[in-house]
Design a protein around this ligand. Sequence first.
Ligand code: SAM
Length: 245
Amino acid sequence: MEEKTTIKEAFTELAPRYEKVVDKELQKFWGWSYENFIESLILNTKTIPGEHILDIATGTCLIPRRLIENKRQVMITGIDITHAMLKHGKDKIIKSGMDSNIYLATGDAMLMPFKRNSFELAMCGLATHHMNVSKLLGEVYRVLKPDGRFSLADVGGSSLWRKPIASFFIKILAYIYFLITENKDRAWAEATAVANVQTTDSWFEKLTKVGFTNIEIEKLPSKSFWVPDPLLIQATKPKYFPGEE
Ligand SMILES: C[S@@+](CC[C@H](N)C(=O)[O-])C[C@H]1O[C@@H](n2cnc3c(N)ncnc32)[C@H](O)[C@@H]1O
């Protein structure tokens, strides 16, 4: 089955219970609550009142909701490939009365329906491992304005994760684990994500290749040495770049 179709099916089924399930998984693997993990991304992200932020793979929109609650005075567009995740996010936004500053779009982050140079800041939480990171970074770079920033939080594996044999066995283990604890679609979505997990070095390399500068990567504490670490990553699109007007 095509990877994007499996992701949509997995997250459509997961949408109504997503926040509870992800909280349980982050507590189990990292010792972080979901709320605290997203809060650490938000604290690590400088915003300027009035700027337009893109939240990539926004899911049920916790990042936009927390930004507004933090009184950042920004406009946020959230994009996600799974309509059901956005629908649950929209309900939460309406319930908390934040709908005037948050816009949502269904779409693929590797082919975004936005013009180049549209956003001052792009954010992404817990989602890059579901995508081809090079394609995603190319799109983020395109839609960011010159001097725009990219701030993300996700898993980062050791160099072992990039070795084909290890990656193959981790993929099988991930499939079995999520098949037992969840279901077939989630198991397949998480197993295929193994190949997309980056190391700090490959993050640095891929971000640099696309043209990002000022790259900062911070490993957050985790209680398990055998699962990929939680990472906070920041990078900037330069103000002037050869070939750009
Ligand atoms: C683990 S959830 C993270 C949601 C949210 N960012 C958060 O912090 O809770 C991963 C999300 O990535 C979305 N996703 C996966 N592939 C995508 C793609 N190619 N384009 C846009 N969204 C994608 C899924 O639909 C899902 O909502």
